[in-house]
Design a binder for this molecule. Structure first.
Ligand code: TV7
Ligand code: CA
Ligand code: ZN
Length: 389
């Protein structure tokens, strides 16, 4: 279909499981696992699955989850009961509030998306894949013993721990509109992982409230993790031109200085224009250009999902990015195939709707000046001078 041809010379692995997609966070909750069903429908209607090694992901074992998470947190996560709305159920480990509700099958959901990221990382470690994809992962806020911001188990940390068994240095890049605080914190004190998160930051309300430019790593002298955390705080409305320029400039500098042997890219789609929770004006093209740039570095690459709260745009972005991974993006017909399941969900029948179609007249001015963007690059350039590999 659509002339999709398996790439010669390199392998892409795709890790997914329909079991993950059927979980519900609750009626009004913005996180909708069925967006993965929508994305998968689009990917498969283009025939992209024929060009990848596809794997049905499995649950991570308790032992694998304990590589990062505490045993008592995991035990609670497994046994926590769904509470009635008016129950004053204990909110231990930040579980059971409105952001991180306890829902039916919660532990199954968490161990499944974690299992997929761990398997994907192992494919990269044993050189069976050059690019490994888990769109159900990317849950960057989860802590060792705490749920946070729709995230319960930190599959990214678990995947990076796998990569570190083989790889001396891992670069983690996070284009979700929120700060990748959980991953940053987990590797705060090591010089083997560099974290780079681009996000909306207002020093006040926007979740999780951390990620200013000065947050660069532990400040105590002689701590190996110093300078290895990179934060790019942005204002509302950043557009493709600025975003992609910033991304390429900063990732280019990090790669040059840190020389990672593996890259993990969290592709949170809430940085897209028109996202229900996001504030940026990034388009599917710009979001995809970040993936294309990482691919062009020819370093083993793990792609994970993350946020994304306007499901049709999440599906567009991750289908487009799957095509970039395979290398068929330039020949892909942007008109969504007629036999795509749930095709009626896509109000504009192209992978690349225009900004005015996405925003439907709702104006979001770009509050990021050229000067501010250049100051960010100058500051991070200076920071990287302290990174010795
Ligand atoms: C990776 N924003 C996760 C991003 C996590 C963001 C938040 C909501 C939200 C939750 C709901 C809901 C919502 C319309 C939006 C301080 C609060 C304010 C809950 C209402 N509608 C990722 C987490 C963030 C839950 N949390 O990076 C049920 O928005 O700002 C907050 C915290 C307290 C809790 N309230 C929001 O993208 C996957 N939550 C509707 C129903
Ligand atoms: Ca981010
Ligand atoms: Zn997010």
């Amino acid at each position: 279909t659509n002339g999709i041809i398996r790439p010669k010379g390199y392998n892409v692995s795709w890790h997914s499981n329909p079991d993950i997609e059927k979980h519900h966070f609750g009626h009004a909750h913005p996180m909708k696992p069925w967006r993965l069903t929508l994305a998968k429908g689009l990917i498969m209607s283009y025939g992209m699955h024929t060009a990848m090694d596809t794997y049905v992901s499995r649950q991570a074992t308790r032992e694998e989850l304990e590589d990062f998470h505490s045993a008592d947190y995991l035990e609670y996560l497994k046994t926590a009961k769904v509470a009635l709305p008016d129950d004053d159920y204990p909110k231990d480990f930040n579980l059971g509030g409105s952001d991180c509700p306890i829902f039916e099958g919660l532990f199954n959901y968490c161990s499944m998306y974690a299992g997929a990221s761990i398997d994907a990382a192992r494919k990269l470690c044993n050189n069976e894949s050059d690019i490994a994809i888990n769109w159900s992962g990317g849950l960057h806020h989860a802590k060792k013993a705490e749920a946070s911001g729709f995230c319960y188990v930190n599959d990214i940390v678990l995947a990076i721990l796998q990569l570190l068994r083989k790889h001396p240095r891992v670069l983690y890049i996070d284009i979700d509109v929120h700060h990748g605080d959980g991953v940053e914190e987990a590797f705060w004190s090591t010089d083997r992982v560099m974290t780079l998160s681009i996000h909306k930051y207002d020093g006040l309300n926007f979740f999780p409230g951390t990620g200013d430019l000065e947050r660069t790593g532990p400040d105590s002298e002689g701590n190996p993790g110093a300078h290895h955390a990179i934060n790019v705080p942005l204002n509302d409305g950043i557009d493709d031109d600025q975003y992609v320029w910033l991304f390429k400039t900063l990732v280019g500098l990090c790669v040059e200085r840190f020389q990672p042997t593996a890259i993990v890219l969290q592709c949170g789609a809430d940085s897209l224009a028109g996202d229900r929770l996001g504030r940026f004006n990034v388009q599917v093209q710009g979001h995809g250009a970040c993936v294309a740039y990482c691919k062009s570095l020819n370093i083993p690459l793990l792609l994970v999902g993350g946020g994304g709260y306007t499901p049709r745009n999440v599906a567009r972005a991750w289908a487009h990015e799957t095509s970039i991974a395979i290398g068929c993006d330039s020949t892909l017909d942007p008109i969504i195939p007629i036999h795509t399941p749930y095709r009626t969900h896509f109000r504009h029948e192209t992978i690349f709707p225009t900004l005015s179609e996405i925003l439907a007249g709702e104006n979001r001015p770009n509050k990021n000046s050229e000067k501010k963007v250049r100051e960010i690059v100058a500051s991070i350039t200076e920071q990287l001078r302290f990174v010795n590999r």
